[in-house]
Design a protein around this ligand. Structure first.
Ligand SMILES: Cc1ncc(C[n+]2csc(CCOP(=O)(O)OP(=O)(O)O)c2C)c(N)n1
Length: 663
């Protein structure tokens, strides 16, 4: 395919220039944005969308479509132009004209939920690349489960220098290399420019050697020579390893003064340079004007996937696994998992095991894993600690794509971002473990999951000073409030085996956001003897009522500290002080309950309210209207758990003392 080759009767270079023109015009109108990257990658993107990418704009969510990930999310106008030109209904010319404006689908950086066709939310550099690794893993797994006839697609990524400089890229690419994800193709926009100027100011990595060293096939092409680009893409489709294509481009291609410089990166070109660029490109059309023959050529290009999609649909109709496939891609067998968890919760209420909540979570996973084949577990090299490997779950490997357990290695950030990609891909429900303290390493991806409204479950064990001897480097202190600060993230901290099962139910049942399970290393007593209703799904509930009169003290606690509250209540009750205990496994769910319910749980002003959690108290006073909080205000200490709790004054005795002082 040469630049002069005609696509649907129009020279390919004109199709590429349509992308450039829209990018320049939209950024100019918004007075902000990034024209350089779309202008530089327009030729390669034209080759991809006209000859290689499998997609159908009339069915943007067709499960067997190729996934296209714009990891260099600042170049969002490249994606929006392509979606408009190829005919995705959500991205109209009006939306392009409203680039970056309030309420438009064409936000500054792509947001997956704003328009069908945007596969993932990108902008924080490197995330898209790591999402794509998860998408390719999901594809490989589902391909093994359902066969080539239903699942057989690629994941194509455009990544910039910034994506490759970010640390997350190392985690993502080494994971992909180990997993031999041969249907993953990363196209590097190799333009040697970032914001500060030449990439060489800050980086001298041999990127091709880096990828090759990690088990990738490495290719190169001239990014403005469509024939050469097509040759590389064709070769990429024949690979037995993931493919990295160094695609040499000029940022801002076509802009006479700014091309090849950082000035093309992130600001409007300005009227003069824009006009000169259009003249240089031979584009004589006004702002947002795409000549009909060019638009029609693009639309026909976009329509060429419909036949392939229809063939797929008829294969699906005849497929013996069509019902299982439909269940998988429509959110998974969650109801079956939830039913098994309900039975399990009842068994735990009977058995009353004194377990670490990480062990209770492990048992919950065992209870539901077979019932829900979409569950895909894993851990960042802490399997034995996180209790994330269900009994009988085999490893997911190049040799066994049916395996449902991912050895993510020591790559928390890569794991979290890959899980986002899996959830976005669909057909699997990812969960993965690490220590709560290392949620700092995965936080940027957790935040994006929350923004992206996707179901990803983080199993975060060793959730307090109660982990003991590993000391303050490993003891989370600020992490619970820090996670609770992320909008749309549910933070669960179950108190026993019944609550652990309930929290898993609640996490699975939400399909509009991620959950984090904070789980203890140390054992804690069973507290619930009734599991007929999922009380954890209420966020907070009265575990034990006051006896012998109106309640005078209410103790609110989470996780392992609920047992301390129960013990303190016993003492206070024995001393004639009617005391309630409220278990609060999920603040976010509590905040969604009716005012009446919240008022009933929080009680009246006559009552003394004490919160207990082995973490800093940020957020606690507002959540429950507390009078006092018992928790941490410093880092922890290396010591056996009991000694650490005693040292920091998080004990039943301290709760009793505080109550008596304040009554
Ligand atoms: C994690 C993260 N850090 C910083 C930024 C801000 N930023 C946006 S684009 C960019 C430079 C990217 O350079 P490159 O990938 O070469 O893009 P190009 O200049 O080719 O468009 C930076 C630092 C960001 N979006 N994400």
């Amino acid at each position: 395919m040469s630049n002069g080759e005609k696509i649907e009767g129009v020279p390919a270079k004109d199709l590429a220039n349509a992308i450039r023109a829209l990018a320049m015009d939209a950024v100019e109108a918004a007075k902000s944005g990034h024209p350089g990257m779309p202008m530089g990658m327009a030729d390669a993107a034209t080759v991809l969308f006209s000859k290689f990418l499998k997609y159908d704009p009339s069915e943007p969510n067709w499960p067997d479509r190729d996934r296209f990930v714009l990891s260099a999310g600042h170049g969002s106008m490249l994606l929006y132009s392509l979606l408009y030109l190829t005919g995705y209904p959500d991205i109209t010319l009006d939306e392009i004209k409203r680039f970056r404006q309030l309420g438009s689908r064409t936000a500054g950086h792509p947001e997956n939920f704003l328009a069908a066709g945007i596969e993932t939310t990108t902008g924080p550099l490197g995330q898209g690349l790591a999402n794509a690794v998860g998408m390719a893993m999901a594809e490989a797994h589902l391909n093994a489960r359902f066969g080539d006839e239903l699942v057989n697609h690629r994941t194509w990524v455009i990544a910039g220098d910034g994506c490759l400089m970010e640390g997350i890229s190392q985690e993502a690419l080494t994971l992909a290399g180990r997993q031999k994800l041969n249907k993953l193709v990363v196209i590097w926009d190799d333009n040697s420019i970032s914001i500060d100027g030449a990439v060489s100011l800050s980086d001298s990595t041999d990127q091709k050697a880096r990828f090759a060293a990690s088990g990738w096939n490495v290719l190169e092409c001239e990014g403005h020579d469509m024939e050469d680009v097509a040759r590389a893409f064709q070769a990429a489709t024949q690979s037995n390893l993931p493919v990295f294509i160094a695609c040499k481009t000029i940022i801002g291609y076509g802009a006479p003064k700014k091309a090849g410089t950082a000035k093309a990166h992130g600001e409007a070109l300005g009227a003069e340079e824009l006009a000169a660029a259009k003249a240089k490109l031979g584009w004589s059309h006004g702002p947002f004007e795409i000549p009909d023959n060019i638009l029609q050529a693009w639309r026909k290009t976009g329509a060429r996937g419909a036949g392939v999609r229809e063939e797929w649909a008829s294969r699906l109709k005849r497929a013996s696994k069509r019902d299982a496939f439909a269940a998988a891609v429509n959110g998974g067998n969650v109801e079956a998992a939830v039913a098994h968890l309900a039975l399990h919760a009842r068994a735990m209420a009977e058995e009353k095991p004194a377990l670490a909540t990480r062990a209770s979570s492990g048992r919950a996973i065992d209870a539901m894993f077979e019932a829900c084949p979409e569950l895909l577990g894993g851990s960042a090299d802490l399997t034995g600690s996180n209790n994330t490997q269900a009994k009988g779950a085999a490893d997911f490997t190049p040799e066994n794509r049916l395996g449902r357990y991912v050895r993510y290695g020591i790559r928390e950030h890569g794991m979290a971002a890959a899980m986002n990609g899996m959830a976005l891909h669909g057909g699997v429900i990812p969960f993965g473990g690490t220590f709560l303290v290392f949620s700092d390493y995965s936080r940027p991806a957790i935040r994006l999951a929350a923004l992206s409204k996707i179901r990803v479950i983080h199993v975060l064990t060793h959730d307090s000073i109660g982990l003991g001897e590993d000391g303050p480097t490993h003891q989370p202190v600020e992490h619970l409030p820090a996670l609770r600060a992320i909008p749309n993230l549910y933070v669960f901290r179950p108190a026993d085996a019944v609550e652990a099962a309930e929290c898993w139910q609640a996490a699975l049942l939400r399909d509009d956001g991620p959950s984090a399970m904070a789980l203890s290393r140390q054992a804690t007593p069973a507290l619930r003897d009734d599991a007929s209703e999922n009380l954890s799904a209420r966020g907070a509930y009265e575990l034990l009522p006051a006896e012998g009169g109106a309640s005078r003290v209410a103790i609110f606690a989470t996780g392992t500290e609920v047992a301390l509250a129960v013990k303190a209540r016993e003492t206070l009750q024995a001393q004639g002080v009617p005391t309630r205990v409220i278990s609060a496994p999920c603040f976010e769910l509590f905040g969604q309950q009716s005012d009446d319910y919240q008022d009933a749980v929080c009680g009246d002003d006559e009552e003394l309210k004490i919160g207990v959690e082995a973490a800093i108290g940020q957020g606690w006073f507002e959540a429950f209207g507390l009078d006092a909080f018992i928790g941490m205000s410093t880092f922890g200490a290396s010591a056996p758990a009991k000694d650490a709790y005693a040292h920091f004054g998080i004990t039943a005795e301290a709760i009793v003392e505080t109550a008596k002082d304040l009554l």
